[in-house]
Design a protein around this ligand. Sequence first.
Ligand code: AMP
Length: 415
Amino acid sequence: MTIDNYKFAGKKAIVRVDFNVPLDENGNITDDTRIRGALPTLKKVLAEGGALIIMSHMGKPKGKVNPKFSLSQIVKAVSEKLGVEVQFAPDCAKAAEAAAALKAGEVLLLENLRYYPEEEGKPVGIDKEDPAYDEAKKAMKTSQKEFAKTLASYADCYINDAFGTAHRKHASTAVIADYFEADNKMLGYLMEKEVNAVDNVLSNIKRPFTAIMGGSKVSTKIGIIENLMDKVDNLILCGGMTYTFAKAQGGTIGNSICEDDKLELALNIIAKAKEKGVNLVLGVDCVAADAFANDANTQVVPANAIPEGWEGLDAGPKTQVLFADAIKNAKTILWNGPAGVFEFDNFTAGSRAIADAIAEATKNGAFSLIVGGDSVACINNFGMADQVSYISTGGGALLEAIEGKVLPGIAAIKG
Ligand code: AMP
């Protein structure tokens, strides 16, 4: 079923959203992006005369009640955004009565799902090495099903609009779907958008396809890099990874960040790119600093000849041109990870050059997808959010999808 085809009038919809918003020490929301992201789905149900039961997790209460992570803190904000006085169920597993009493147009927000260990389905208080662990895990899976069934009993239909947790097989993100017929479960608008974005860079590829992977380490990105190798025409590897590659090829890198146990892996990546005909673009020069600080002294040097006592913190001018050349003519672009220590104002030029080239390509008809907290922060800091095709809120889930993994939250609905 799709959200556009379902008739919500007179129906109760239980919607899994990601309202895990950051709060300050007084419980005030400091960034409401995630709440705003779910509004189109929630408003659609209400506008059609349905009632809403909203569920989410917040923080990591690890299966225990903890007022610090109570969703009661966001009732007022959600009420204001929906234009409806939101009711609150202080125990998500004992909300049957409140749910049954809901009338068309009314909204019930359930307390934090992760107050129950059943939500995540991991046994608590028992070590993985313990011989009794497997038994405990089996028991937990059974109670997770019960928990999911209880949540499902509140509503006529289920909507999953929490892309950020779609890579987790939790009670509210996947298991609950087993208790609804195919006609009564669907993805929300936010989920649909993320799924389409992934589809654009994985199946519906227009060429040339350029992927830009940055950030600090090769090790955390290797799964994606390997998966992309089969799909892309140009692969830019930048950020801290540059120096692992430079050292692997015999360069000197001073104090630059480097994963010494990944030198062979770096050489393998270079070889694989050659074998597959992928244009691998690595930094040739860098902005080196004499300290890891915004006000450090700097000089531009070759990325493979960094003097002792200096470290590469951003892509140099020649590298920026190489990056831009590989991006400007692309028709599909994926960007994950900055080209330098973008948190320091003086080391943002590499990331800026990437963002500018992406904006130009997008203007010329490319589909550009920006993924991961740091690249999203770059685009937002540069004020360029409206010059790219799609900014993913999905983070880990989207990266897992790009790695080629099946996301349980999507599989539970789409089969
Ligand atoms: P990741 O979490 O692996 O995506 O990496 C993001 C982080 O990489 C950001 O905090 C950047 O500051 C950092 N980073 C990017 N380039 C460099 C570099 N040349 N040296 C050290 N850190 C870097």
